[in-house]
Design a protein around this ligand. Structure first.
Ligand SMILES: Nc1ncnc2c1ncn2[C@@H]1O[C@H](COP(=O)(O)OP(=O)(O)OP(=O)(O)O)[C@@H](O)[C@H]1O
Ligand SMILES: [Mg+2]
Length: 244
């Protein structure tokens, strides 16, 4: 049985207007991610990785091309529809954690549950369980500045996973961590993936990328992979002019 497709990008371009000019950041992106995948995207600084992640995470919209998320054509979605989809279906993890500094680990993990109108008591129960799962049962009442980098990232992962998203997107999740905490975070990602979570991760680090099941390379806004199921080859005669 073929795994269900979660994300499909077809001939996607992303341009940014820059004064009178237009910067073509992403070119001819084709990507196909199925349930249970664990994909690492590597590539040099400025090549377009975060821009791609913003599109995959429905934080930004494509200039042209098609993007299907969980069977829905999101290119036609309004901002409200996109933010609702992000809350319910996408978990985000960032290099700099993006936790709320005034709130405890527990309250940070409760945030998405609160946005989803889950009753208070259930919020606490679920957040406690999520923090236990990432090994932080003894740090629930700590604020971010009382946590180590690795602990902060594990809180962020608990928060990202709390509404059981269809996909977990991570932009340089180990970028701000020492190698031991980075390895812990990678172990957690592997565990989540073994449990069925679909993960797309951006990383500079080849060792980190080697933990994923599949790898793609971003270079000058063009995504390539030896794995043709991940980055489908064009049909003959299609897109041949986009070598630049
Ligand atoms: N809003 C924007 N307006 C104009 N140009 C942009 C915008 N966002 C990104 N860019 C340009 O797109 C290119 C790719 O940026 P992006 O942040 O995607 O790179 P990256 O691969 O994530 O790099 P890094 O590894 O340093 O994080 C850069 O040249 C950047 O200047
Ligand atoms: Mg980036």
């Amino acid at each position: 049985m073929e795994a269900k497709q979660i994300l499909l990008m077809k001939d996607v371009y992303k341009d940014f207007p820059q004064g009178d000019l237009t910067v073509n950041v992403l070119k001819h992106i084709n990507l196909n991610v199925s349930e249970g995948d664990y994909v690492a995207i590597t590539g040099p600084s400025g090549s377009g990785k975060t821009t791609l992640m913003n599109l995959m995470g429905c934080l930004d919209t494509v200039t042209s091309g098609k993007m299907i998320f969980d069977g829905e054509d999101v290119s036609t979605y309004t901002d409200n529809q996109l933010s609702d989809l992000r809350l319910k279906k996408i978990g985000f993890v960032f290099q700099t954690f993006e936790l709320l500094g005034q709130k405890t680990a527990l309250k940070n993990v409760c945030m998405p549950l609160s946005f989803a109108d889950i009753p208070k008591k259930e919020q606490i129960e679920r957040a406690e369980e999520a923090l236990e799962k990432v090994g932080l049962s003894d740090r629930m009442d700590f604020r971010p500045n009382q946590l180590s980098g690795g602990q902060k990232q594990r809180v962020a992962i608990a928060r990202a996973m709390i509404l059981k998203p269809r996909i977990l997107l991570a932009d340089e999740p180990t970028g701000a961590l020492d190698s031991a905490s980075g390895a812990q975070v990678m172990d957690l990602f592997s565990k989540l993936n073994e449990e069925g979570t679909t993960i797309i991760m951006i990383t500079h680090d080849r060792d980190v990328a080697s933990r994923a099941k599949r790898r793609a390379l971003m270079k000058d806004g063009i995504l390539s992979s030896e794995d043709t199921a991940l980055v489908p080859l064009h049909r003959s005669g299609e897109g041949d002019e986009h070598e630049s």
